[in-house]
Structure formats: C-alpha cells, structure tokens
Ligand binder design. Structure first.
Ligand code: DGL
Length: 262
C-alpha cells in the first residue's frame, strides 16, 4: 500500500540522520523509526549478536506493516543485511552499498578512506563493496570509537572532538585519500569538524546517499501532502529526546516499545 510506512532502524540516535534525509527527500512518506536505545552500542558487539538484534528490530517494524525497511546503522548493514534480505518479504536497504557507490563516483584518485565503528571496520563490508564496484580502488579504514560518545555528548563543533579527529584521521590523510566515507550514521553530525581536519577531501554522507537509494527502490510512493513520523525506542530517556530534537531540528514525540525477543 502506498500509505504503508517506511521502517527505519538503528542501534540508537545515529539513524535519525537518515530519517531526516528521508523526510527531506520524500516528505509525503509515512516514516516509522526504531532506535534500540536499550542495547546500544552495536559497534562493539559480536557478529552473532548484531545479527540477532537486527532480525528482532526488523520483526518489530514488520508489526507496523511497513512496505520497506531501511537499516540506518552501518554496523547492522555490514553484518546482517544479506540475512535480513533472505528472511523478510519486503525490500531492505542498507547504508553500506549507497555509501560505497557514492565514494567510487566521487573519487578521482581511487584512494578512499572509510571511518566507522570497530565492528563495521572489522567486517570489511565497505572495502568489499568499494572494490567490487572498482577493483582499482585502494581502501584505507579506521575505527573511530570515541566519536559516538562525543557526538552523544553534543560536542559537535568542539575543540576536543577536533583533537580526537586529528588523531584518528592523521593516518588516513597520510595515505593521500581524496574521499572519506562517513561509515557510521552518527558521523554526519560532526561534518564541520571533519571538513576542517580533512581539508579538501570529499566527505561522503551515507544518510543522503541512502535516501536517494530508497527513492529509487520504493515499491509505491505515497502522494499525500505531509507524511507522519513516529519514533520508537526500546528505552526512553531524556538524553535520547535531547539528541533527537537536535538532529531533527523539530519537536519529536518518542514512544517506548517492547522488543519481541522470541
Ligand atoms: N549507528 C551505529 C552505526 O552506524 C553506531 C553506533 C553503535 O555503535 O551502535 O554503526
């Protein structure tokens, strides 16, 4: 049904950058977001646990009769996307493939940097996706585990965040990359700091890339005026509300739901 919602999930708040990009590109669509705030972070968890959580989150969204699910978490996309595509009858879009495509399209030298959580980097998902699009690309990766807590603290344009970024990115920049994939849905929030640290390197924001991919793959478009947005979490806290307001730039109502753990 065209009016069925698009489901989006992430381990917590980061995926709201994707929700926002979807809201801007597809304002007529009804959107339902689930942030697994009770179990965040995923970036430090094992392959097996990330798969288990990703299946449970998709089942939760299925209860709302979604027409499509967007895995707005790089860690889940890197570890669980193929399994989700096999298990569920509706289209499932991850963030890795659109980010990789955008990077290959943008890079002139073929020297591409990727930053993400430890689990995303360890999965090699970006390297595989980039090299399968262009085998001549050189991919340099770096896990940046301190970025997520700094962002959740609200230190988006802060000298401490900049110092941490310089420390993490020094090695990648010394490889003369011309493109850097922000391989974690939290990272677009510190784009200003990253641009300063990276100079002329092109930053690839997977939130925008994924919104364009969703537009292409949508089984049916809702032609209504302004779609609705529902935000669900597994643990409702003031912290989530504060960050959600900051990301969405509007008042948002947040509902707590029980994850079906069977
Ligand atoms: N949103 C997650 C991602 O894109 C990062 C946060 C986490 O570790 O759960 O990988």
């Amino acid at each position: 049904m065209p009016e069925s919602p698009i489901g989006i999930f992430d381990s917590g708040v980061g995926g709201l950058t994707v929700l926002k990009a979807l809201r801007e590109l597809l304002p007529g669509e009804n959107l339902i977001y689930f942030g697994d705030t009770a179990r965040v972070p995923y970036g430090t968890k094992s392959h097996k646990t990330i798969i288990k959580y990703s299946i449970q989150n998709t089942k939760l969204l299925e209860r709302f009769r979604v027409k499509m699910v967007v895995v707005a978490c790089n860690t889940s996309s890197a570890h669980a996307l193929d399994i989700l595509k096999e298990e569920f009858p509706f289209p499932i879009v991850g963030v890795v493939e659109p980010g990789a495509k955008e990077a290959v399209k943008n890079s002139k030298s073929g020297r591409i940097g990727v930053i993400g959580t430890e689990a995303t980097v360890k999965s090699e998902a970006y390297r595989k996706a980039i090299v399968s699009l262009d085998p001549f690309c050189q991919v340099y990766q770096k896990a940046c585990p301190l970025f997520v807590p700094l962002i959740e603290e609200g230190w988006l344009d802060d000298e401490i965040t900049e110092m941490v970024a310089k420390r993490y990115l020094g090695e990648l920049l010394s490889k003369e990359i011309d493109t850097l994939v922000l391989g974690c849905t939290h990272y677009p929030l510190i784009k200003k700091v990253l641009s300063r640290v990276c100079g002329g390197v092109k930053l690839v924001d997977s939130a925008e890339a994924v919104a364009r991919e969703v537009e292409k793959l949508l089984p049916s478009k809702n032609r209504g005026n302004r779609g609705t947005v529902r935000i669900l979490v597994s643990d409702k806290t003031e912290r989530f509300e504060r960050i959600a307001r900051m990301i969405m730039g509007e008042e948002v109502e947040i509902e707590e739901v029980e994850i079906d753990k069977e």
